[in-house]
Design a protein around this ligand. Sequence first.
Ligand code: CP
Length: 308
Amino acid sequence: MQKLSTRHLLGIKDLTPADIELIMATAREFKEVINRPIKKVPSLRDVTIANVFFENSTRTRLSFELAEKRLSADTLNFSASGSSVKKGETLLDTVNNILAMKVDMIVMRHASPGAPHFLAKHIKANIVNAGDGTHEHPTQALLDSFSMREKLGADLTGKKVAIIGDILHSRVALSNILALKKQGAEVTLCGPSTLIPRYITDLGVNVSHDVKKTLAWCDVANVLRIQLERQQIKYFPSLREYSLYFGINKKMLDDLNKEIIVMHPGPINRGVELSSDAADSHHSIILDQVENGVAVRMAVLYLLAGQN
Ligand code: CP
């Protein structure tokens, strides 16, 4: 069995291009499995996985849970709300108590960047980062790459990917940039200058503030949510003005003299970064991303379990 170069998935930063290829190939096999009448395989029987979520989630949490069930793992679900975290229990105490129940793997979402990296230094279980603050969301970037490959072909070398929206507060943006650059794609970030980190071009990406030109350039537009909950100050005058200058609607896509793919990690602010007619149009592969998330997360869990 081929192996990953790491026993945790903390970020795309730690993956080699060969790791990404292995995850993509394994996810292709699992996608076939989950489209069969019998969707379950015994690969992770006797493996116990805890999904430990300190921040809200719909897609990532359900997708990991389903991936674990499809692999026949035993699962525990923990939400900070309603737990003893509210009584002041620390992250390390919480996780060590979960591990005392003989848990093999932790899937964790946390509002603090670096929280899964901290845990990886203190505990023995495999850790999967399901989103750490504004830092990384590696499985989202992997499922995004998988979805792009399905539409554009297995080789993303030279493919033009635009990431449009609130780059500053987005863990999806950083993980996508790192994943796409490791696969040879060209990346342009587009948004108001206040929502683009100053030194981001050090990662080898282009920056644009013109959404129409960016759409005309790209093969893929990965549109990101405006994350108001992480914005302590005003980065633009109003949502209406943001939508006017950076929002994408179906007419803008129909008027391009080529087909592009529109993606969004969800949840969508309909009518802000993406209109409903664009989100629900034939240009959009948003629900394919969600379907692929299960196969990609099955691949990640299966490969990490094989490291032990
Ligand atoms: N894409 C994503 O992470 O969505 P959730 O916050 O619903 O998990």
